[in-house]
Design a protein around this ligand. Structure first.
Ligand SMILES: Cc1ncc(COP(=O)(O)O)c(C=O)c1O
Length: 401
C-alpha cells in the first residue's frame, strides 16, 4: 500500500557507518582492482565468526542465496558423506534427501518472509507450513514436532522481527528425529540469546545484510555453521560448484559477496552494538508510549532473550482499538508516516506456495497475526520526536466510544 502523500518518516533508513569512514576502504578496493574474493571478505568472515561464536561465517550475496546454498549443501552431504562425524549436526545433516526432485518436506512457519520457502522450493523440496506462537510470533517446537512425517528432511524457523526463536527447543526436536535445523536468521544481528549473539546451536543460521537490517552490506548474507563439511560445500556452492579444479562438483551459483559490500559490513560490525542499543531504546520508548492504549499488542521476547528489533511490530485488535490495522496504516500514511505489514499475506496463502498447503489444516494464529500486525518506523532516523508523533497519531486513531 503506497503512502497517501509524500513520505516524511520513512519506514527504515540503513544503519550505515559514516561515508568518511567507508570512503578510504572503497578507495583501497578501487586501487587494488580486487572487487571480489578479496581481503575484505576474509576480514568480514573472520570478524563475523568471532562475533557470532561459530567455526564458520561464510559471506554470500544474500540471505536468500545463503538459504538456497544450505539446502543444496545438505543434499550434497547425502552424496559425499560428512567427514566430521563427531559433530551431531554434521551427522544428522546427511539425512536430507533433497536435490533429486523427490520433494522431501521442510517443516517451517508460514508467518515468515517469503525467501525461506523460496529457498526450499528452489531445491526441489516442499514446505510444510505450521502455525506460530501468538506471543512471540515464532515457530513452536511442539507444532514443528507434530508436523514431522517420514517425508520430513529438515526443520526451518525464523527469528521474526529479530526476536530469537527457541533454538534449543527446536534443536531438541531436530536431534530426536535426526533432522538438520536451518534457521533463517535474517533479522539476527544485534539479538542475544542466553547473553550470546545468535548463530550457533543449529545446523546453520543464515543472516541478511540487506539495507533494513542492523548490520548492512548493501546486499549480502552470512551463513553461520559449526559444520566443517557444510561450510566447505557452501564455499564451493557460492563459486558455481567449482572447487578450484574447474570441474564443477555440483551445480552451484554465483553467490559471492562483492568486496565493497564486505567492507561496508566489516566496518558496520564495529558499531553493531551502538546500532542495536539505539533500536532497543526506540523499542522501549514505543512500548512505554503505546502500553496503555487498548487493543495494541506487542511481540513477547523470551526470558533471557534480547531482540535485535530489526522491526518494531505491534498488533491491532480492531474490537478493542476501534479501528483496523489497515485503517491505522492509512491514517499514518496520510501524515507521511510509512509502515509495513509483515507478513501479509502469510506464505501459505501466497501464489507460489499455496499449492503446498492445499488440504492441510488452517493456521489461525498466522492468519490473525498477518491481518493485525503493523511494523512501525525504525532505524537511525527514529528519534524521540518521531516516536512521539507516531504514538500520538496511533493514540488519536483509537476510538474511545
Ligand atoms: C526473515 C527474512 N528472511 C530472509 C530475507 C531475505 O534476505 P535477503 O534480502 O538478504 O536475501 C529477509 C529479507 O528481509 C527476511 O526478512
Amino acid at each position: 500500500m503506497a503512502a497517501e502523500g509524500p513520505v516524511r518518516v520513512p519506514f527504515v533508513r540503513p544503519a550505515l557507518p559514516a561515508a568518511e569512514e567507508i570512503q578510504p576502504h572503497l578507495e583501497a578496493i578501487c586501487r587494488s582492482g580486487r572487487l571480489t574474493k578479496g581481503p575484505y571478505l576474509e576480514r568480514l568472515e573472520a570478524a563475523a565468526a568471532a562475533h557470532l561464536g561459530v567455526r564458520h561465517a561464510i559471506g554470500v550475496s544474500s540471505c536468500t542465496t545463503g538459504l538456497m546454498l544450505v539446502y543444496q549443501a545438505l543434499a550434497e552431504l547425502k552424496v559425499t558423506g560428512c567427514r566430521a562425524a563427531a559433530k551431531v549436526d554434521c551427522a544428522t545433516a546427511t539425512v536430507l534427501s533433497g536435490g533429486d526432485g523427490a520433494g522431501g518436506e521442510v517443516v517451517m512457519p508460514s508467518f515468515t518472509f517469503l525467501a525461506a520457502p523460496a529457498a526450499v522450493v528452489w531445491n526441489g523440496l516442499r514446505p510444510v507450513f505450521v502455525d506460530v506462537d501468538p506471543a512471540s510470533t515464532n515457530a513452536r517446537p511442539e507444532a514443528v514436532a507434530a508436523a514431522i512425517t517420514p517425508r520430513t528432511v529438515a526443520i526451518s524457523a525464523c527469528h521474526n522481527f529479530g526476536n530469537p526463536c527457541d533454538v534449543a527447543g527446536l534443536r531438541q526436536v531436530a536431534t530426536k528425529h535426526g533432522l538438520p535445523l536451518v534457521i533463517d536468521a535474517a533479522h539476527g544481528f544485534g539479538a542475544l540469546q542466553a547473553e550470546r549473539p545468535l548463530g550457533g546451536g543449529a545446523t546453520a543460521q543464515v543472516f541478511s545484510l540487506s539495507p533494513t537490517k542492523l548490520l548492512v552490506a548493501g546486499e549480502g548474507g552470512i551463513v553461520a555453521t559449526d559444520c566443517d563439511c557444510l561450510a566447505t560445500l557452501i564455499r564451493v556452492g557460492r563459486e558455481y560448484g567449482n572447487d578450484g579444479s574447474y570441474n564443477a562438483q555440483f551445480s552451484g551459483c554465483n553467490g559471492r559477496m562483492p568486496e565493497m559490500c564486505a567492507a561496508t559490513a566489516w566496518l558496520g560490525l564495529g558499531r553493531l552494538e551502538e546500532v542495536a542499543a539505539h533500536r532497543r531504546m526506540v523499542a522501549a520508548a514505543y512500548t512505554a508510549a503505546l502500553d496503555g492504549i487498548a487493543g495494541i499488542g506487542f511481540v513477547a521476547v523470551g526470558p533471557g532473550d534480547v531482540s535485535s528489533h530489526k522491526d518494531f511490530s505491534i498488533t491491532i485488535d480492531p474490537d478493542r482499538f476501534g479501528a483496523t490495522r489497515d485503517d491505522l496504516r492509512r491514517a499514518l500514511a496520510g501524515r507521511g508516516i510509512e509502515t509495513r505489514t509483515y507478513y501479509d499475506p502469510p506464505c501459505h496463502r501466497q501464489v507460489a506456495f499455496r499449492r503446498f498447503h492445499d488440504g492441510r489444516a488452517d493456521l489461525p494464529v498466522t492468519d490473525s497475526l498477518s491481518a493485525r500486525s503493523l511494523s512501525l518506523p525504525i532505524g537511525p532516523h527514529v528519534d524521540a520526536a518521531v516516536i512521539g508523533e507516531v504514538c500520538g497519531m496511533i493514540a488519536a486513531c483509537q476510538r474511545r466510544d
